[in-house]
Ligand binder design. Structure first.
Ligand SMILES: NC(=O)c1ccc[n+]([C@@H]2O[C@H](COP(=O)([O-])OP(=O)(O)OC[C@H]3O[C@@H](n4cnc5c(N)ncnc54)[C@H](O)[C@@H]3O)[C@@H](O)[C@H]2O)c1
Length: 266
């Protein structure tokens, strides 16, 4: 088994973990970092099962709790979080990767249903999962490996929470909301030994960006104007997530870590 550079004992909860995107890379990264208790969820049960197999191929002794569900459902988020705690007794890392891009529209063209769909997953979903995870972290003691830390939350925002792009107002706003919710939660939970940070990926090669030619073409200018002029990999984002969860990031709080090949420095 190839070992990661971070030591992440305890229990990890990852949303949007199905498939070949960022959440799945985060899940595999936790397994490489010595995490043997993982709870993963996604809308798609088939791709979720693939991630479970990938985790077990990293570490056959890993215990993987999987449940298909929708992060916009309060009852699903509550019941799955309760199941994680019932099974593993605690929750040390909560990483919120479920997200959707939405249609390419200017504001006056967008139906209300599109707003509700994108904001529902990207913001309400992250809020619901944060709320459930933080409530559990508050009532547990730190692990020996992370003295002073009851838990770590990492939200996946986007470079588009910091800068804007044409015809993406709903997505951009949903990701800006995640960044500022991260900061606000970081302030509120510092006193409890909980760190809350987010990662802002640039254009990353995942099903979200390569699933249709229309989307890939839409994103092409963003790739071309970033200094590194390529898509990032899900693993490059996962490494930033694992770092923020680790003891090496013990004084990093409320940060929005950009992983974008330089896009936002232009
Ligand atoms: N790929 C990029 O270029 C990029 C850039 C910036 C930010 N992001 C963000 O990174 C996160 C992961 O995206 P990705 O690129 O890995 O995409 P992806 O499509 O590969 O993965 C997203 C996963 O979320 C799941 N999902 C969608 N709606 C859900 C819901 N309601 N409930 C539960 N699961 C749901 C999907 O089934 C999918 O497996 C998203 O929040 C996305 O906005 C991605």
């Amino acid at each position: 088994m190839a070992l990661g550079i971070f030591k992440l004992p305890g229990v990890a909860f990852i949303t949007g973990a199905g498939g070949t995107g960022i959440g799945a890379a985060v899940a595999r990264g936790f397994a490489r970092s010595g995490c043997v208790h993982l709870a993963i969820t996604d809308l798609n049960p088939q791709t979720l099962a693939q991630t479970k197999s990938a985790i077990l191929s990293v570490n056959p002794r890993a215990q993987v709790l999987t449940r298909e569900g929708d992060v916009t459902s309060e009852s699903f988020v509550k019941s799955f979080t309760a199941e994680i705690v019932a099974r593993f007794s605690r929750l040390d890392y909560s990483v919120h990767c479920a997200g959707i891009l939405g249609a390419s529209l200017r504001t006056h063209e967008a139906p209300l249903a599109e707003y509700e769909r994108v904001v529902g997953v990207n913001w309400k979903g992250v809020w619901l999962v944060s709320r459930a995870a933080l409530a559990q972290m508050l009532v547990q003691e730190p692990l020996d490996a992370h003295p002073g830390q009851r838990g770590a939350v990492v939200n996946i925002a986007s470079q588009l929470g910091l800068v804007a792009r044409p015809t993406a107002s709903i997505y951009c706003a949903s990701k800006a909301a995640v960044i500022n919710m991260t900061r606000s939660d970081a302030i509120d939970y510092s006193q409890d030994g909980i760190r809350v940070n987010c990662v802002c990926p640039g254009v990353i090669e995942t099903p979200m960006t390569t699933g249709s030619t229309e989307v890939t073409e839409r994103l092409r200018p963003a790739i071309d104007i970033a200094p590194m002029r390529r898509m990032g990999t899900p693993e490059e984002v996962a490494d930033a997530v694992l770092f923020l969860c680790s003891s090496q990031a013990s004084f990093i709080q409320g940060h929005a870590l950009v992983v974008d090949g330089g896009y936002t420095i232009n």
